[in-house]
Design a protein. Structure first.
Length: 322
C-alpha cells in the first residue's frame, strides 16, 4: 500500500466524533430556544385577539348608536313601550321610545324605560312602572298577530336578519351554512347593551347613550350593565380616592362577590365617567381604578363565570338631541 494511502486511512480512523456531553449541551440549547419560541405563540394569539376586538368594537358601537338614533327618530305615534315584556297587551303601549326617555329625570345614568301608563304614574322606586332598557332591546313582543318584534331586538352583531328561538328565548344568527347551503343558526359573536343620561344645554335636552360592547359569553342574553355602589356607611371613603373598598353593594344593598369584577373591566359612573379597573385585590377586598371616580355609584358588566374575565371589550358614548 502506498504510504500516502496509509496515512489517509489512518487519519480517518482517528477523527473524533461529538461526545455525549456535547450532544446533551446542544440539545439543551436547542430545547431552550424552542421553549422560547413556543412561549411567544400564546402571547401572539392573545395580541391578535385584542387587536381584532379593538377593531370590531367601534363597528359594533357605531351600529348600536345608529339603531338607537333610528328609534329616537320615530314619531311619538310609534308606541313601542309595552306594559309587560312577557305578556304584552297591544292596547297598553302608551309611549314611544323618545317619549319614554323624556319621562326619566335629568343628570344620572339610567337603564329604565318608563311605561307612561296613565293609570300608574312613573316612580323610579317602583319596578312595575318601568321596563329595563336592555331587556326591551333584546326581547320580541308576542302580540295578537303572533311574533312581532315591536322593540329594537338588536342587541347583537353582525347586523343580519335574526331568528328568534322561542324555546331558548334567544336570538340566533344565520352566520354559517351546511353542505346543502342551508343556514346554520349560531349565537351572536358580539353583543351590546346600553345606558343613557339626560342633560340640558341652552334650553335643549340631550340624551347621552353609553354602549357596552361584549364578546358573547355564557351570560348572554343577560349580559347587560348592573349597578354597584360603595358602602359608604361602612367605609370612610371619598370619591377622590381611586381605590374602592369592597365588597360593593348591588341595587338591593346586597354584597357583590369580588369574583364579579376583573382587571381591565370597564365601569360607568352615575355621572357619566367611563373608568377602568386596574387591579382587583381579593385578599383586601379592594378595587383600584385608573383614576378617581368622583362618584360612588357605578354600572358594570359582571365577569363571565366561565373565564373569570369581563366580556366587555369597550364602552363608547354619543349624544343626541331629545
Amino acid at each position: 500500500m502506498p504510504a500516502s494511502a496509509y496515512k489517509m486511512s489512518s487519519r480517518n480512523r482517528t477523527r473524533r466524533a461529538f461526545s455525549l456531553a456535547e450532544i446533551m449541551i446542544a440539545i439543551g440549547i436547542l430545547g431552550v430556544g424552542m421553549l422560547m419560541v413556543a412561549a411567544t405563540f400564546p402571547v401572539g394569539l392573545d395580541q391578535c385577539r385584542i387587536v381584532s376586538e379593538q377593531t370590531i368594537a367601534p363597528l359594533v358601537a357605531n351600529d348600536a348608536f345608529e339603531r338607537l338614533r333610528l328609534l329616537l327618530a320615530e314619531p311619538d305615534s310609534a308606541k313601542r313601550i309595552p306594559n309587560d315584556l312577557t305578556t304584552p297587551d297591544p292596547t297598553k303601549f302608551f309611549a314611544s321610545f323618545r317619549e319614554s326617555l323624556r319621562t326619566e329625570s335629568l343628570g344620572v345614568v339610567s337603564a329604565r324605560l318608563p311605561k307612561n301608563d296613565p293609570m300608574m304614574p312613573y316612580d323610579p322606586s317602583n319596578d312595575s312602572t318601568f321596563l329595563g332598557l336592555n331587556e326591551w332591546l333584546s326581547v320580541p313582543y308576542r302580540l295578537s298577530s303572533g311574533l312581532e318584534p315591536r322593540g329594537a331586538a338588536t342587541r347583537f352583531y353582525p347586523s343580519v336578519f335574526p331568528y328568534y328561538q322561542a324555546s331558548a328565548k334567544r336570538w340566533m344568527l344565520p352566520l354559517r351554512t351546511d353542505a346543502a347551503g342551508q343556514p346554520i343558526l349560531v349565537d351572536p359573536p358580539y353583543t351590546w347593551s346600553a345606558l343613557y343620561r339626560k342633560n340640558d344645554n341652552a334650553g335643549q335636552t340631550y340624551v347621552q347613550f353609553f354602549v357596552f360592547v361584549n364578546r358573547r359569553g355564557t351570560t348572554w342574553p343577560k349580559d347587560w350593565p348592573r349597578t354597584a355602589k360603595v358602602n359608604e356607611g361602612e367605609h370612610s371613603w371619598t370619591p377622590a380616592d381611586p381605590v374602592l373598598p369592597g365588597p360593593l353593594l348591588d341595587a338591593y344593598n346586597d354584597k357583590i362577590p369580588m369574583s364579579k369584577f376583573s382587571e381591565g373591566a370597564f365601569l360607568v359612573s352615575s355621572q357619566g365617567n367611563i373608568l377602568r379597573i386596574k387591579e382587583v385585590n381579593r385578599r383586601d377586598n379592594t378595587i383600584t381604578l385608573d383614576r378617581a371616580p368622583d362618584d360612588s355609584i357605578f354600572w358594570f358588566i359582571e365577569a363571565d363565570p366561565a373565564t373569570g374575565q369581563s366580556p366587555c371589550i369597550g364602552v363608547y358614548s354619543r349624544t343626541f338631541p331629545l
